[in-house]
Structures are given as structure tokens and as C-alpha cells.
Ligand binder design. Structure first.
Ligand SMILES: Nc1ncnc2c1ncn2[C@@H]1O[C@H](COP(=O)(O)OP(=O)(O)OP(=O)(O)O)[C@@H](O)[C@H]1O
Ligand SMILES: [Mg+2]
Length: 340
């Protein structure tokens, strides 16, 4: 019995783009977009996750597909709470006696008010106790860095809303920086560029696809051209334009520079011994943005530090928070406890 109760404990990576739920002794059981479709008149939830994401840009007037998180923090509290409740219920179909303990990941830069909102959502979603873990700490643990050793570990988590850079040593964050430039900003930059240079309007979905297929942060050995379909701004009709990988890189240059600068500045704030460790051991990139082609190469080129991409960047944070759930007692020191 005791086991089944403990077995319910879970970790949630409540991300701007994706939410992952890790259940103790089971692993990541849920991985879906952080999207909720609401009836705007009744506020009833019509769909959550994958189903809701498919509705973005395709809903009639009375339905709205919204992303409850923006820039890594809760922007629409009701929707975030409903989403969390739905995801937790999804992984918890079986009956248990006790409410679960919940570990929720938050960006390192958030305010206490924002932290409270996350905890409150956790309690409303049915948690017995909510613990907070800073995303970079979770990312570093998930990427397998020796966070408890007396050595400098640098992790850069590039998500949908924020990029978090942190230096961790002896189980604590020594230096960190959070910038609101990550995947979403790259998509927006592509939208802005195509509007300005080609008079073409794109949806967020298409922009994200272009980023994943054509996007690169560093010159490619073989630059290619591809066709992009959007809506002509003047005529309102569908139109196709040819863009090159070089052009898309140029479109994303500004937000990418913000990310690289954050790495450089964090390194500047790092005590010399730890900075030396990082020069030797390198930086680990996590989060979906780590998959952007050539980003590792660019950071290596701009900072002179070795750069590694985590094995499965999209799940690093959830796996790290999950490890805290598995080894609650041993890893409690990295969690921010809370009493109601
Ligand atoms: N192959 C790829 N190339 C470039 N970007 C990618 C790729 N795959 C995913 N992404 C981007 O990664 C982002 C999502 O990453 P992730 O799931 O780590 O974010 P998140 O945890 O939800 O956000 P945050 O941590 O900021 O709250 C999206 O912007 C997505 O477009
Ligand atoms: Mg994240």
C-alpha cells in the first residue's frame, strides 16, 4: 500500500511549448503541447494538449486555443490550472488513496508571485505537497551532469519561451541568467522577416516548421533553397516564395545573438575556478532549441568553449525533475520546499 502511495509522486515540466509528466517508477508518461482549447463564452475546456494544438488558427469564433504559459511563466492562470489538472488526471486513471507529491519545474528568474501561482495550480490540480525545482538544475541533472561535485557545470536550456543559462556547483546555482529569447522568438523572427522581405504572412505553425527544417544558426556545408507557402499580404491569396537556408539564418540572427550573449555574460559572472572547469568540460545544451542545427557550433565558435548537446534535449528537464522524485530524500536539497 505504502508503495502505491509513493508511486503516485510525479514531476511536471510545465513548459511554454510542451508539458511532460514523469511518474515515479514509471518514467515520462505524458508529453503534450501546452495548449488548451476553451469555449470563450462558458470557459469550458474543449480539448487539451495535442488535440488543442491542432485547433490553433483553425477555430470558430466561440472557441479559442490558448497557450496558458508565456515566457516560461503562467499567463492565464485558469487555463494553466485546468491543463495541469487534466494532464495529472490522464496519467492517474487508477485509484490511489493519497494525493501525490508534485515537483514542478520553473524558470530560475521568476518572481515569488509567479512561483506562488505555479504552486497554487499544483494544489488545485490535486497535489498533497508541491515542490519547486529550478529548470536549469533539473536540466543539468537530466543531462547527467555531476551537479553535487565541487566543479563548474554549465547548462543552457533553450525552451519555447525562455533560455536559461546556469552554472551549478555543489548542488547549487552559482550564476544564472534567464532571457526571454528562445524557440517562440525564433518563430516570430521568421514571421517578421517573411512579412518584411517578401510581403508574405505565415502562421506560427508554419514558421516553426520552417525553423525545424530550414533553420540553422551556423553556415551549413551546403546551403539549400526551399519553397515556403503563406498568404500574400496585398492580395490575401496563397502564394509560394523561395527562401534559402542562409536567409532564414539571417531572419533569426537577432534572437540567436541574445542567446549567445547570455552564455557569454553568465560566464563573465562565474568565479574563475568554476569558469576554468567549464572551459575544460564544456557546456551542455538542453531544451528543444538545442536541436536547432548549428547552434552548438555557433556557441563554440563565439565563446571558445566546448559545447555538447544533451542526448534527448526535449526531455532533459523532465528526466532531471523525475530523478528528484525517484530519490526524494537524497535530492531534497535542490528542491524549494513549501508549506501552505
Ligand atoms: N529540431 C528543432 N529545431 C529547432 N527548434 C526545435 C526543434 N525541435 C523543437 N524545437 C523547438 O523547441 C521549443 C520547445 O522546446 P521545449 O519543449 O524544451 O520548451 P518548453 O520547455 O516547453 O519551454 P520553456 O522551457 O521555455 O518553458 C519549441 O520552440 C520548438 O519549436
Ligand atoms: Mg523547458
Amino acid at each position: 500500500m505504502a508503495n502505491s502511495v509513493i508511486g503516485r509522486d510525479m514531476a511536471v515540466d510545465l513548459g511554454t511549448a510542451n508539458t511532460l509528466v514523469y511518474v515515479r517508477k514509471k518514467g515520462v508518461l505524458l508529453d503534450e503541447p501546452s495548449v488548451v482549447a476553451l469555449n470563450t463564452t462558458t470557459r469550458d475546456v474543449l480539448a487539451v494538449g495535442n488535440e488543442a494544438k491542432r485547433m490553433i488558427g483553425r477555430t470558430p469564433d466561440h472557441i479559442r486555443a490558448i497557450r496558458p504559459l508565456k515566457d516560461g511563466v503562467i499567463a492565464d492562470f485558469d487555463a494553466a490550472e485546468q491543463m495541469l489538472r487534466y494532464f495529472i488526471a490522464t496519467v492517474h486513471r487508477r485509484r490511489y488513496l493519497a494525493k501525490p507529491r508534485l515537483v514542478v519545474c520553473v524558470p530560475s528568474g521568476i518572481t515569488t508571485v509567479e512561483q506562488r501561482a505555479v504552486k497554487e495550480a499544483g494544489y488545485l490540480a490535486g497535489a498533497r505537497r508541491v515542490y519547486i525545482i529550478e529548470e536549469p538544475m533539473a536540466a543539468a541533472i537530466g543531462a547527467g551532469l555531476p551537479v553535487h561535485e565541487a566543479t563548474g557545470n554549465m547548462v543552457v536550456d533553450i525552451g519555447g519561451g525562455t533560455t536559461e543559462v546556469a552554472v551549478i556547483s555543489l548542488g547549487g546555482v552559482v550564476a544564472s541568467m534567464s532571457v526571454r529569447s528562445a524557440g517562440d522568438e525564433l518563430d516570430q523572427a521568421i514571421i517578421t522577416w517573411l512579412k518584411k522581405e517578401h510581403g508574405l504572412m505565415l502562421g506560427e505553425h508554419t514558421a516553426e516548421e520552417i525553423k525545424m527544417t530550414l533553420g540553422s544558426a551556423y553556415p551549413l556545408p551546403q546551403e539549400v533553397d526551399a519553397e515556403v507557402r503563406g498568404r500574400d499580404m496585398a492580395s490575401g491569396l496563397p502564394r509560394t516564395v523561395t527562401v534559402s537556408t542562409r536567409e532564414i539564418r539571417q531572419a533569426m540572427e537577432e534572437p540567436i545573438t541574445v542567446i549567445v550573449d547570455a552564455v557569454r555574460e553568465t560566464l563573465d559572472q562565474t568565479p574563475p575556478e568554476l569558469a576554468g572547469d567549464i572551459m575544460d568540460r564544456g557546456v551542455v545544451l538542453t531544451g528543444g532549441g538545442a536541436l536547432l542545427r548549428g547552434l552548438d557550433e555557433l556557441i563554440r565558435h563565439e565563446t571558445g568553449i566546448p559545447v555538447h548537446v544533451a542526448q534527448d534535449p526535449l526531455t532533459s528537464v523532465a528526466m532531471g525533475a523525475g530523478k528528484c522524485v525517484e530519490e526524494f530524500e537524497a535530492l531534497q536539497q535542490v528542491l524549494v520546499a513549501d508549506r501552505r
